[in-house]
Design a binder for this molecule. Structure first.
Ligand SMILES: [Fe+2]
Length: 200
């Protein structure tokens, strides 16, 4: 991706993200970095992957996410704001990318990924390596030391113990099987899971 384009895009979306959920901006930057790493080792269209990564969670800025924050880890995936943030995200991303005069076919593909980005099974069925890398990078950020820190910022330090954490921990253990498809992401997920003490 062209560096000046990337800079202009960042300037446009950073203030938007900062109005959304607490601590949502840094994960976006980490996810983009993870995508760049995956792209070094796996196929995938760089423009699609990186633009989708930058914009995937922009929908949180337009929805009330209190139900998502209140839900326990296992039922978060059923919260209505989760669905809404994907739908709204696709709409907002479409507007931004049109302003940046991105190719309409690319915009459509990006929107189709954003619409389902938190449903790994659905994404993997698309059989689109770019979409797969986006999901993998997003999920990788739940692991490692940064994954722990992000969890703390979003839900509170008290949620890192007891039943709540046990649910979250189990979700991540199951995720190692369910959220990664490429060799590169599988390898990295194992490394980060070890680093955060998931197997201890
Ligand atoms: Fe999301």
């Amino acid at each position: 991706m062209d560096a000046s384009f990337e800079k202009r895009l960042l300037e446009r979306i950073k203030p938007l993200y900062q109005k959304g959920r607490d601590g949502d901006w840094d994960p976006v930057l980490r996810m983009v970095k993870l995508c760049k790493y995956l792209l070094e080792h796996e196929n995938g269209n760089e423009d699609i992957v990186l633009l989708t990564a930058y914009l995937h969670d922009i929908g949180w800025t337009a929805v009330d996410f209190s139900d998502f924050n209140k839900a326990t880890p296992k039922v978060k995936s059923n919260s209505s704001s989760l669905t809404l943030h994907m739908e709204q995200g696709a709409v907002i991303a479409g507007k931004i990318l049109s302003d940046f005069e991105v190719d309409p076919d690319k915009i459509k593909e990006i929107q189709s990924i954003i619409k389902v980005h938190d449903l790994p099974e659905t994404v993997f069925k698309m059989n689109d390596i770019s979409a797969t890398l986006v999901v993998e990078a997003d999920r990788l950020d739940r692991y490692g030391k940064t994954g722990l820190a992000r969890f703390k910022t979003m839900f509170g330090a008290d949620k890192l113990k007891g039943v709540y954490w046990e649910e979250a921990r189990q979700l991540r253990l199951d995720g190692l099987k369910d959220w990664f498809r490429t060799k590169t992401a599988i390898k990295l997920s194992q490394k980060l899971a070890t680093e955060m003490g998931l197997f201890d």
